[in-house]
Write a new protein. Sequence first.
Length: 423
Amino acid sequence: MRTEPDVDDLLSLFPPGTHTDDDGTLVVGGRRLDDVAAEFGTPTIVVDEDALGRRAREYLDAFRSRWPRSDAAFASKSFPCTAIQRLMVDEGLHLDVAGGGEIVTAIKAGADPDRLLLHGNAKTDEELRLAIDHGLGLVVIDNFDDIDRLERLLPPGSRQRCLVRVIPGVEAATHASQATGHTRSKFGLLPDAAREAIARVEHSPLLHLEGVHTHVGSQLLDVDQLAAAVAPIAALGTFETYDLGGGLGARYTYDEHPPTVDDYADAMVAQARALLPADSRLIVEPGRSMVARNACTVYRVTTVKRGVITHVAVDGGMGDNLEVSLTGQRFEATLVARVGGGETVTVVGRHCESGDQLVDGVALRDPAVGDLLAVPVTGAYCYTMANQYNGARRVPVVFVRDGAARLVVRRDTWQDLVSRDVD
Ligand SMILES: Cc1ncc(COP(=O)(O)O)c(C=O)c1O
């Protein structure tokens, strides 16, 4: 790994267009991050709205230019708030929703229910009722109990369109918690069981089998592993729709070079051309590679403690970024006013766990109490896993665009922390 990244290296991890102002302060979406912190406090997740919209268009264009009958369904789980889902809907994307809560936010975001597809390996009656009541376009069947439940809950005469989720048997080179395509996976059905589920759905008067779904895992940096999922589902037969899942990795650190969306589309569509019916519909479900780079988190330094190593502690941590402790993901960081260079420190959070580190070993220039610190690439799976550990107030989300900033999710209040305590 490179130990001395320069300013441009650091900027390249932030949303495209991020630069430093005349006095060296970081500017994202045309807005100085110190101004964002002054207006909305810290920690705050800052999303570059324009950059995210461009990324959504890039995805759709990449697939539609190669395979005209394709759709991109944003994997809401990676950043499930109404403003993000609305942006995706406005850009023409469908939404993949994992569970009832994401149905609720998607509907609030103005999504057409017909353009929602529901995932879940443990769907409840309540969630399936919500899907049926809202008229969701597609339910992805993960197991035989999904079929039983749907047949029990669907009103007579209805016809719910479904995909059957298939385990592709691909061992992905990613963190164990992010690998979903191996044969021991809890998601979906192995090919023989999938064949049985397909036959059941085909014979059900209440269900319509539209196609098959597969997903190899998340944060994959090798398109061949993603493309390897096409053959196992192609082998199951000829269908209207093939949903190839998400999984393309994001660039978190200097030495990672994930494939571009064009590389990814090339690899997936090459397999589709070789193995799938030419008139079928393709769906991809990007999450991380859509949102990760287009947001960063701004913290305030609360303590600098010098010992065997230097700990720079900030006012957030595993309450707003569980990726580090859950998957071991490496992030980078910089002071907002002094970008790049300096002494190697460990950035830690405010939570009562030694594992609550944001960055283990990163160069910061003269860190001091009161400085602002920005961690790039926090758009994926950070907001969604935010929690109230140690009484943390969950982080707000601020959209920046053309120099303007607006709050789209407010910070928890102290009152929120006791609002569910009924006795
Ligand atoms: C079924 C499904 N589709 C899409 C995604 C999105 O994956 P990623 O965020 O890696 O693109 C996931 C997440 O793991 C998933 O489980």
